[in-house]
Design a protein around this ligand. Structure first.
Ligand SMILES: [Zn+2]
Length: 300
């Protein structure tokens, strides 16, 4: 495995000098999530070696370079919360992450909007606990339609309830895209799902024909065949926690797991929390920190 120390921010750019869209991929917004970086490195290596034709320009970048190089989630604050209009309009640079953010913005601004027929993005993430890969889509512009081009589960509305996210910023700038949660941080499956989804984005956005490669990448086949049929979910309920709450999730819940009315989900301050929903569980909290105990989601 290639050493991830001291990476350049731009992992690669690729074009066949044909008019078309911009496909802008961000990885390692959280420095403890190197999977998207590795996937992009593999993809650029294949593209540069095999030189297939694409329309437009494909760019892959490292968002939180300092945190990635230090193998930590962030240095001063969460980069996926800094992208507020306040910080950006007032040029606030009082943390490592805000400086990283402005470097990403500078790169995006050098990629002239007028030269592209459309602009797409994917923001690559992974999760602390094991999960099926999924897309978290903010329901603005064409994001939801674009997300449905990909063969994995989709969560609507999650990105809409948190402020200052990378995908919120990119969407507000008129790019079409979503957050991709590919699986557990260190799982090899996550890297394959990042790779597979980015290849499919090259096919859908930039008209890449997999026949122009020596082989259709394994990651594409794995993502197409190795994941359950796509379902689209919306958020029914957020089980929020207060500062002093003593919360313990029942063991064994995984993202998208069905739950039934009356089922014992968690304990809060010594009381049982039982489900009042026939639905599915999402992001059950098994770490010591967090303001969200769990979410309840329902298939649309
Ligand atoms: Zn993340």
């Amino acid at each position: 495995m290639k050493d991830l120390n001291d990476k350049e921010r731009v992992i690669g750019t690729y074009t066949s000098n044909k008019k078309g869209p911009l496909l802008f991929i961000t990885a390692a917004v959280h420095g403890n999530e190197p999977s998207g970086v590795r996937a992009l490195e593999k993809i650029f290596k294949t593209l540069n070696t095999e030189q297939p034709l694409i329309e437009g320009t494909f760019v892959g970048i490292i968002a939180n370079k300092t945190a990635l190089n230090n193998k930590v989630r962030y240095i001063d604050e969460d980069l996926n919360r800094t992208w507020t209009s306040h910080n950006i309009q007032n040029n606030v640079t009082d943390s490592t992450e805000k400086k990283e953010m402005f470097e990403v913005i500078r790169i995006l601004e050098t990629l002239n909007e007028k030269e592209h027929t459309n602009r797409y993005f994917i923001d690559c993430h992974t999760t602390s606990s094991d999960s099926l890969p999924y897309i978290s889509v903010q329901e603005v512009g064409d994001n939801d339609t674009w997300a449905h081009q990909f063969p994995i589960h989709i969560i609507r509305g999650f990105s809409d309830i948190v402020q200052g996210t990378t995908d919120g910023y990119l969407s507000s700038k008129g790019l079409t895209g979503f957050t991709l949660e590919a699986g557990q941080h260190n799982s090899v499956e996550s890297e394959a799902h990042h790779e597979g989804i980015i290849w499919i984005a090259l096919e859908k956005a930039c008209n890449l024909n997999f026949d122009d490669l020596l082989d259709t990448p394994d990651a594409v086949l794995k993502t197409r065949k190795g994941t359950p049929p796509q379902k689209t979910f919306k958020i029914l309920h957020r089980f929020g926690l207060k500062e002093d709450d003593d919360f313990k999730m029942q063991e064994g819940f995984e993202n998208f797991q069905p739950i039934k009315k009356g089922e014992h989900l968690a304990n809060l301050n010594g009381k049982n929390i039982n489900s009042v929903w026939d639905a599915c569980i999402f992001m059950p909290l098994y770490q010591s920190q967090g303001n969200d105990g769990f979410f309840v989601i329902e298939e649309v």
